[in-house]
Design a protein around this ligand. Structure first.
Ligand SMILES: NC(=O)C1=CN([C@@H]2O[C@H](COP(=O)(O)OP(=O)(O)OC[C@H]3O[C@@H](n4cnc5c(N)ncnc54)[C@H](O)[C@@H]3O)[C@@H](O)[C@H]2O)[C@@H](O)CC1
Ligand SMILES: [K+]
Length: 510
């Protein structure tokens, strides 16, 4: 049994329920650190970081006999050395690989090196001790000071990283997993492994929470994320502005007894290219979006299939009202356009872009807009005439709209979502691990829920329907997107073990 009662109040396990936590980029974290260091705190920030690592380490691995710490040459390594002194003082057999040099390190790290020596920590220069699953390893090689450089395969840092990767004991990362970039959630070149690590990961982030822990490769790299502000007030200076916030649990408003279907808005889904057009029926995607909108609380859901009236009734979901596009009321409710729209959706987009008051654009609608400058102009003009739009691209769709490529989008997901939001004056949901929600003039949000069960066909259509449902029920667009993305991920997290997640089942979940 893990006991977390020994943790000091400043060390907080990040609960998914704690949405709204501010996230800070490296430049701002450095500013906060500099202001804090100016006050010459005692104990020093590094001593606090080391003590917090040791305390969390003891909670993660309460039956550890041995603790091994891989410490780099910079201050991240200094945090590790302070932790080593604390582990040794607490009675653990503690050993360290340190890549630093007492003649060349910072004064804080020098003090940490002296503390570790005084405590009796063993300094190693050959293989690490044989650890088992009860023991603990600490990654204190690189933190926010990591920079791109070419390391030869026999470089000691590369070797230590490999040992950490193959280590059977859980690994506690000091501040950041080594090589993960704090601002983007991408690994530095040469620092990523193809296979998942052998043991669980925890990360204790110091001073601030960093966006890179929650998006891109960050969630896999960091494992469970913890945070210690080291006793520093992050709000002490107006320049300490977060770059994003972490999205968490949200609830829709409770329903008044005296309400009716009109109180919860309409969603109209347009999509589902017919089989006759190119031999590929895509009605399922539109049905999934509409079903999800229905099961997530929209008062009424209309479905306009782009199949020339081939489908006349949906016996499996009779609540969905079939409509022709010409019969839709563009000024009412929310229009979700694009799911399974194929090539047929291009024909309805001019009208949707010009007339739909609240428009969610997904999938093929985004692809059609990316290749048509007239549609791009219509999209960008919507905000100027009081019409609102939410885009739900995956990285490739975002790349097409931005005229870039997936690698560039993934290299800085926050920036890509921000740029697309500015370019289109829309709320953007950039999907993927750690989905980003960005809107003009709002702090972006990184969603904290979800798992790889969602990596199956149709889950994006379900999300588009859920966004539409939340928006139709009266949430503002940014909040509606946040709610839907969080809920979508949360449902996947709650999915019964051993049961396959299908988009159809997800759409019916609420
Ligand atoms: N100064 C302090 O008192 C505090 C420091 N803190 C820690 O300090 C860290 C930042 O320290 P630093 O600025 O020294 O940076 P790091 O310790 O993260 O990294 C810098 C060191 O790594 C080397 N390095 C960088 N990129 C490399 C690469 N690709 N391959 C090999 N070596 C590389 C540099 O030459 C330098 O020696 C934070 O992440 C945090 O862990 C925090 O605990 C707050 C308190
Ligand atoms: K680290």
């Amino acid at each position: 049994m893990r006991s977390l009662t020994a943790l000091p109040p400043a060390v907080r396990r990040l609960q998914r329920a704690a949405g709204g936590q501010p996230l800070y980029d490296t430049a701002t974290t450095r500013l906060i650190e500099a202001h804090a260091l100016d006050a010459a705190p005692s104990p020093s920030l590094m001593q606090r970081a080391g003590a917090a690592l040791a305390q969390l380490g003891r909670a993660i691995a309460p039956h550890a006999r041995q603790v091994w710490l891989a410490c780099g040459a910079g201050n991240n390594g200094g945090d590790g050395l302070q932790a080593a002194a604390a582990f040794q003082a607490a009675g653990y057999a503690t050993s360290v690989h340190w890549l630093g040099d007492p003649q060349r390190c910072s004064s804080d790290t020098h003090a940490a090196w002296l503390a570790a020596q005084k405590a009796g920590v063993r300094f190693l220069d050959s293989a690490p001790p044989a650890l088992d699953a009860q023991d603990l390893a600490v990654d204190a090689l690189l933190g926010i000071g990591a920079s791109t450089r070419q390391l030869p395969p026999n470089d000691p840092l590369v070797q230590l990283l490999q040992w950490l990767h193959l280590c059977p004991a859980p690994v506690l990362c000091a501040d950041l997993p080594t090589g993960l970039q704090a601002d983007t959630g991408q690994y530095l070149p040469g620092m990523a492994f193809e296979r998942a690590p052998r043991s669980p990961r925890h990360t204790l982030s110091f001073l601030t929470l960093k966006p890179g822990l929650f998006t891109g490769a960050g969630r896999d790299a960091a494992g469970e994320v913890w945070w210690d502000d080291l006793g520093v007030d992050l709000n002490q200076h107006p320049d300490h502005r977060p770059c994003a916030q972490l999205g968490g649990a949200m609830a829709l408003r409770s329903r008044a007894h005296a309400s009716h279907k009109g109180s919860y808005g309409d969603v109209a889904v347009i999509g589902g290219e017919g089989l006759y057009l190119r031999g590929m029926g895509m009605g399922g995607a539109a049905v999934l979006a509409a079903t999800a909108a229905l099961h997530h609380g929209a008062g009424r859901v209309m479905l306009a299939l782009l199949d020339e009236g081939a489908c006349q009734l949906l016996p499996q979901q009779p609540e969905l009202m079939l409509r022709q596009v010409s019969a839709l009321h563009w000024d009412q409710g929310v229009v979700v356009c694009g799911c399974g729209g194929g090539q047929a959706v291009a024909a309805v987009l001019p009208q949707a872009l010009e007339q739909a008051h609240r428009l969610v654009l997904d999938a093929d609608a985004l692809n059609a807009i990316a290749t048509d400058s007239a549609l791009q102009h219509l999209l960008a003009s919507r905000a100027h005439i009081g019409l609102h739009t939410i885009l739900t691209p995956h990285p490739l769709e975002a790349a097409r709209l931005l005229g870039s490529d997936t690698t560039a989008v993934q290299a800085d997901r926050l920036q890509a979502a921000h740029q697309l939001s500015q370019q289109t004056s829309s709320t953007v949901v950039l999907k993927g691990s750690g989905s980003i929600i960005a809107s003009p003039h709002q702090l972006p949000c990184i969603n904290g829920s979800g798992n790889a069960l969602l990596a199956t066909a149709g889950t994006g259509d379900v999300l588009a329907g859920m966004v539409g449902a939340a928006w139709a029920q009266g949430l503002p667009p940014h909040t509606a997107a946040q709610w839907a993305v969080w809920r979508h991920g949360h449902l996947a997290e709650q999915w019964p073990a051993g049961q396959a997640l299908t988009a159809g089942a997800l759409a019916r979940c609420s």
